[in-house]
Ligand binder design. Structure first.
Ligand SMILES: [Zn+2]
Length: 181
């Protein structure tokens, strides 16, 4: 049993690790990538960090979790991430949820649910599934508002930019038509 003090320490640690994942998500946003960040923690230390880089690396597998887990495994010099926790700002997709099972990670803490592709309970549950050989403890909700607002304002901005670009192309076309007439 954890004492009250230990429980509080764990909660404080969870918050600060999720805060770091949120900062990484903000870094992704600055690079025009979908803002998701992740950290892997072992014995109260961050041993892997990542943020989405699929577009800049031309790599559909370069999700925040994938990058953080690769870094952590190489740090531990082990393909199993036993007794590690992954903190991520968005519920993992099918690929990353599968990766978590392969990595034998112990615990998953995510901020906000992904109702379209989330595989830690929203669409499927791959991380805590009777049919699979490894089950992960899942917790959610930490920094959920901040992380989901970062995502929705990112998509809002992108939609706006796309609209503005379309408008610009249209007006250029019209100008060209006017000149040729
Ligand atoms: Zn993913």
């Amino acid at each position: 049993m954890l004492t009250t003090q230990e429980t509080k320490k764990n909660t404080d640690n969870d918050s600060s690790f999720m805060q770091r994942a949120f900062e990484l998500a903000q870094q992704a946003e600055q690079q025009d990538e979908i803002p998701v960040g992740a950290v892997v923690v072992y014995q109260d230390k961050i041993i892997g960090e990542g943020f989405n880089q699929s577009i800049s690396l031309n790599d559909p597998s370069a999700h925040a979790e994938m990058i953080a887990i690769r870094q952590a495994a190489s740090h531990l010099n082990n393909y199993r991430l036993l007794n590690c926790t992954l903190y991520v700002t968005l519920e993992p997709c099918p690929m990353c949820a599968g990766l978590l099972v392969h990595s034998r990670i112990n615990r998953l803490v995510f901020a906000t649910s992904d109702l379209k592709t989330g595989c830690a309970g929203s669409v499927f549950n791959l991380v805590d599934n009777e049919k699979l050989n490894h089950k992960i403890t899942v917790e959610q909700g930490l920094l959920s508002t901040e992380c989901s607002e970062l995502l929705s304002s990112f998509f809002k901005r992108r939609r706006k930019e796309k609209k503005a670009l379309k408008k610009l192309i249209k007006s250029q076309d019209e100008q060209r038509d006017n000149i040729s007439e």
